[in-house]
Ligand binder design. Sequence first.
Ligand SMILES: O=P(O)(O)OC[C@H]1O[C@H](O)[C@H](O)[C@@H](O)[C@@H]1O
Length: 286
Amino acid sequence: MGVTETAKSVILNHESGSSAEIYLYGAHVVSWKVGGKEKMFVSSKASLDGSKAIRGGIPICFPTFGPPPSEPEEYARLAQHGFARNQIWKFESTVMDRKEGVSVRFIAPSPPTDFKHNYKLSYVVTLSAHQLSTDVHIVNQETEKDKEFKFQTLLHTYLATPNSSKLKISNIDKGTTYIDKILDAKTVTSQGEDIIIDRPIDRVYHKIPSQEIHVDDGEGSGYKVRFRGFEDATIWNPTEVKGKEIADMEDKGWEKYVCVEPGYVREFKSLQPGEEFIGQQIITVL
Ligand SMILES: O=P(O)(O)OC[C@H]1O[C@H](O)[C@H](O)[C@@H](O)[C@@H]1O
């Protein structure tokens, strides 16, 4: 039971036997176990020493997602997916530790000096018997009137699955649009069809009405991913075609996961001084 701090991480243990580990580097969930089974895919080639974003688990993308925009300049010079996944966060407190769940809060450090914005970024991870909930909280702390803060954010969750070729990803309502990054960012309208991983998939869905994506692993288990506050969700699996190009991806790693990534990424979210954004991801093991 409880919350254990180590030099590099915080470990949560729930009375049901489920557990999670969150690295301070990136406030990165690197492990989530239910019934003794690992639910997060982390590549065996991932760097875990803080030299590079961790390949797997739940990277936090902030204040941009994907390649940076061409302007404004201070956003244009950011690295892919922003800097939050490369920062060393602070473990702030245990929010609760009881039967209903074990919950902890992390705070991101100040931004790099050339990103001159005053915001507070925190992250709450809550573990219960069959559920992991991860919430991003962003507050614009500017005091100057009308000084907005703009960002994108996304939880880049690598869900472990036994065989990606057997997956069926569903519950994306007919009529939902997505940007297909494999098809040169073409906008496509979903017909409500299931997604199967028989070729590289890299899609950013916008405003899925149900705010819930189902992953059937084809072997009698899977996940339900619910999200609130987030308006978008990326589904990504590079398969062998593109997975081989990823230096820290283990051989055949793409067969062991699918990324379902709730976020706010199609546009920039704008907050007025004092305003708060909360984006929540709730993953349930089925
Ligand atoms: O290699 P990374 O920077 O971690 O990005 C990995 C992937 O992230 C997202 O899912 C994007 O939609 C993909 O286009 C990208 O390849």
